[in-house]
Design a protein around this ligand. Structure first.
Ligand SMILES: *[C@@H]1O[C@H](CO)[C@@H](O)[C@H](O)[C@H]1NC(C)=O
Ligand SMILES: *[C@@H]1O[C@H](CO)[C@@H](O)[C@H](O)[C@H]1NC(C)=O
Ligand SMILES: *[C@@H]1O[C@H](CO)[C@@H](O)[C@H](O)[C@H]1NC(C)=O
Ligand SMILES: *[C@@H]1O[C@H](CO)[C@@H](O)[C@H](O)[C@H]1NC(C)=O
Ligand SMILES: *[C@@H]1O[C@H](CO)[C@@H](O)[C@H](O)[C@H]1NC(C)=O
Ligand SMILES: *[C@@H]1O[C@H](CO)[C@@H](O)[C@H](O)[C@H]1NC(C)=O
Length: 784
């Protein structure tokens, strides 16, 4: 909203300006005088015609002009035309040949600044018309021929520069017509005498470069509001004697540099805050000399002849912040000389004759001790300077820095152009906040160990130029590295070798390029190479270990797969056998044992029982094997051998053989039945047990279990497979079937096992003795 209105106002203003411009064109024809530079579209609207050799005040100047510069021409007269410039605020007529102003300039109602300096005005009466200017604030009439300011009248004029005129007398009525004057410069006038001029409003007065001689104590009583007085370079000026001194109650700033003062003489000026007494001839500063100047904050006493400071010289200056005692002849400073100056920040003691680091107790932050003769500097010198930040010791005579120089606050240490030959490894260890150190222009030859800066964590600049470096490249390398690592602490081109002769004048870098690139970079490279190689080795090792593991795993898996496959094959074969068995049984059931239906291939396989019986016996070799086992004294091998055999039989012998066996057994059974019947007929009781034995599966299973346990006990060591299995219903059934099928052998078996239990060797002998038969086989089979 406001912005909008502003914009509206801006547009309106622009329109107005354009309209005025058009109006002026129609009214005056010419906007811009010849040889002038006009900028009338921007504020302030300016016409510049300086240094154009203009002789007469230009006609028909656009009356919208605000700043008109006609300086450095040769105008000798100003016509009444000037009255057309009703908007004029600043008129510069400096460096012309004017002798006067028109009598009537009252139309210049907005004129604020009028520069008539460096003209030929010889009398204030010739410019009296300035009194008609209602807005005039600043008038420059310096470098004219005015002998006095008397007659100059303006009720609004605030500042007059009347320097470098011919004013010799500053009379008691000089400023009578300037009732609003607050700033006056009379600098550079041949002013000798001041006759108590009066101005109720004057605050700033400059009478530098005059010829003032002596100022009475009451010289400025006519200026009750005077705050700043400049009297610089009045070479003979004295304002203070043993008995009296210049007095002013309100004067705040006084500059009396380059005068002829032999004492400060400030006790008549109690409001002073800043005093410059530089370049005088003050020799002595009596005790408590500034005791009246309690407001003093800045005191410049540089370039005097001070030789001594007493302990109480600056007593009472409790607000003092800056004290410049440079360029004196001070040889010693009293330790408590600045005891009262609790606000002191800057103490400048440069260009004195101090030959040792002054013992000071102060809160200063900056201490300038440059250009002295200091050659002695104790480590605890900064102990009582508890806020020191900047210490300047350049251009002294130090040959070494103290070991363990101690300051918790020091940031900048300048020791350039001393006589330092070497740096100690502990010179900077107690300067934790050090940021910059200037060691240039000393006599350092050996590159310092970068570790000397190990405690200077904030260090950002180390200046080392102009030292006679001896370029031992191996030594320089670490230093160089340290200096160049970010933040770069030194300009590399400033590090110049002086010796050995063949590299004198070269930069460190140039001198040591080859060595640093062969001897020093190589070890680095080599270590890198080592690291790389060891890494590589590690990787290779890891890789091979992993791959070995992997292959092992694969192998294991392959083995597993193979076993699985074998198992599957086995199962398949078993299934086939079962199927075939079933088929055989069916066939048997049908009473049609047609062997043609059996795969001829299987016939080629293992021989039938009858065939086997007729075959040549293998007992001999088998027995030999058993004998070997006995010799070794282990039953295990036999068992394993037996297992082997069993397995072989089981895998190779088809069920067909059992079939044939069964035939045989059945025959045997019938025979025994016959015998039993015969016996039964004779004794009678045996049948019961036999029947019990045969018909009661429960007892038989119990017995078998017992038998099992016996067998287990016997063959404990043979195999875990032989351990009794929990009696699942299927296994029970299987066993029952098995028993039913093999019942004819149970008794024999039983006795056999019992025999075996009593003596293993007997069993073995039995085995040895026994021919290969179904009898033994059944035992083996049950076992598995
Ligand atoms: C100034 O304007 C007047 C009338 O408008 C004209 O006669 C005169 O020639 C002009 N002067 C210059 C220098 O253009
Ligand atoms: C100025 O001094 C003169 C004598 O030098 C004296 O006659 C005159 O009264 C003084 N004027 C004022 C205003 O003090
Ligand atoms: C400075 O003090 C000493 C005594 O400490 C004294 O003898 C001497 O006069 C004093 N100097 C000045 C200029 O006051
Ligand atoms: C101390 O004084 C000398 C000479 O007067 C000057 O060059 C230097 O800049 C001053 N030091 C400070 C810190 O102001
Ligand atoms: C400095 O060097 C000296 C031997 O010159 C050694 O005894 C001392 O421990 C070193 N100090 C530090 C801080 O490195
Ligand atoms: C300078 O001479 C020294 C032997 O005195 C040698 O080791 C070094 O490489 C030379 N430097 C150059 C830049 O020739």
């Amino acid at each position: 909203m406001e912005e909008g209105s502003m914009r509206h106002r801006g547009v309106f203003l622009a329109l107005l300006i354009t309209w005025l411009t058009i109006l002026s064109i129609t009214r005056c024809q010419s906007i811009c005088p010849g040889r002038c530079l006009c900028r009338l579209t921007q504020l302030p609207r300016t016409i510049e015609c300086s240094k154009q050799g203009i002789l007469i005040f230009p006609e028909n100047i656009s009356n919208v002009v605000e700043h008109l510069d006609l300086s450095s021409n040769r105008i000798s007269e100003i016509t009444n035309e000037v009255n057309q410039l009703i908007d004029l605020q600043y008129l510069n007529l400096a460096k012309n040949q004017l002798k006067s102003l028109p009598n009537n300039i009252e139309e210049l109602r907005k004129l604020r600044r009028l520069d008539l300096s460096d003209n030929l005005i010889a009398n204030t009466a010739d410019i009296a018309s300035i009194s008609q200017l209602p807005s005039l604030a600043v008038l420059y009439i310096s470098r004219n021929l005015l002998p006095d300011l008397k007659g100059l009248t303006s009720e609004v004029l605030q500042a007059v520069d009347a320097g470098h005129c011919l004013i010799k007398v500053f009379g008691n009525e000089s400023l009578n017509g300037l009732s609003a004057l607050n700033t006056l410069s009379l600098a550079g006038n041949p002013l000798k005498s001041i006759q108590i001029p009066v101005s109720e409003t004057l605050r700033w007065l400059d009478m530098s470069d005059c010829a003032l001689n002596y100022l009475n104590p009451d010289t400025f009583v006519g200026f009750p509001e005077l705050e700043e007085l400049r009297l610089v370079n009045n070479p003979t000026l004295v304002y203070s004697t043993r008995y009296s001194t210049l007095e002013h109650l309100k004067l705040k700033k006084l500059d009396v540099s380059r005068c002829n003062l032999d004492r400060p003489g400030l006790h008549g000026l109690p409001s002073l805050t800043q005093v410059r007494l530089s370049h005088n001839t003050i020799r002595l500063l009596p005790d408590r000399i500034f005791i009246k100047n309690r407001q003093l904050t800045h005191l410049y006493l540089n370039s005097n002849n001070l030789a001594l400071l007493n302990a109480s010289t600056f007593e009472g200056l409790i607000k003092l912040q800056v004290l410049d005692l440079s360029a004196n002849s001070l040889g010693e400073i009293h330790k408590i000389a600045f005891r009262d100056n609790i606000d002191l920040r800057l103490l400048n003691l440069s260009y004195n004759s101090l030959y040792r680091f002054p013992y000071l107790s102060s809160f200063i932050t900056t201490l300038d001790l440059s250009f002295n003769l200091i050659n002695y500097f104790r480590a605890n010198s900064l102990e009582d300077l508890s806020r020191i930040k900047i210490l300047n010791l350049k251009d002294n005579h130090l040959q070494s820095l103290p070991r363990g120089l101690n300051s918790k606050t020091l940031r900048i240490l300048d020791v350039q152009r001393n006589r330092l030959v070497e740096l100690h490894n502990d010179s900077f260890t107690e300067l934790p906040l050090l940021q910059k150190i200037d060691l240039s222009g000393n006599r350092l030859t050996e590159a310092m160990d970068p570790n000397i800066f190990q405690n200077n964590l904030y260090l950002i600049t180390v200046r080392l130029e102009d030292n006679p470096w001896r370029c031992d490249c191996m030594q320089l390398y670490d230093t160089f590295e340290y200096l160049m690592e970010p933040p770069t602490k030194t300009v590399r081109s400033t590090l110049i070798c002086q010796s050995p002769a063949n590299v004198s004048g070269y930069s460190w870098e140039a001198a040591c390029f080859n060595e640093w690139n062969t001897n020093l970079y190589y070890p680095k490279d080599r270590t890198w190479g080592m690291v790389m190689i060891s890494l590589l080795i590690l990787v290779v090792l890891c890789g091979s270990v992993i791959s070995i593991k992997h292959t092992l795993k694969i192998k294991r898996r392959v083995l597993e797969q193979r076993r699985q496959m074998e198992l599957a094959e086995e199962r398949e074969r078993l299934r086939r056998l079962q199927r075939r068995n079933q088929r055989l049984e069916e066939i048997e059931a049908l009473e049609a044992p047609e062997e043609i239906r059996i795969n001829p291939l299987e016939l080629v396989g293992p021989p039938s029982y009858e065939e086997a019986v007729q075959m040549q016996r293998l007992v001999h070799s088998m027995d030999a094997l058993n004998e070997i086992s006995i010799e070794n004294g282990t039953l295990r091998s036999i068992n394993s051998m037996d297992n082997l055999r069993t397995k072989k039989r089981r895998t190779r012998r088809p069920r067909k053989r059992t079939q044939s066996e069964d035939d045989l057994l059945r025959r045997e059974e019938r025979r025994q039945e016959r015998i039993r019947r015969e016996r039964n007929n004779s004794s009678g009781n045996i049948c019961d047990t036999s029947q019990l034995h045969n018909t009661n599966p429960r007892t038989s299973s119990v017995r078998r279990a017992r038998r099992h346990s016996i067998v287990d006990e016997t063959l404990e060591s043979s195999s875990s497979k032989d351990r009794p299995r929990p009696q699942t219903p299927t296994s029970k059934k299987r066993k029952r079937r098995y028993v039913l099928r093999n019942e004819h052998v149970t008794d024999d078996e039983d006795s056999d096992v019992q025999v075996m239990n009593s003596n293993r060797s007997i069993v073995i002998k039995e085995l040895k003795r026994e021919p290969k038969s179904g009898y033994r086989e059944s035992f083996m089979e049950r076992e598995s």
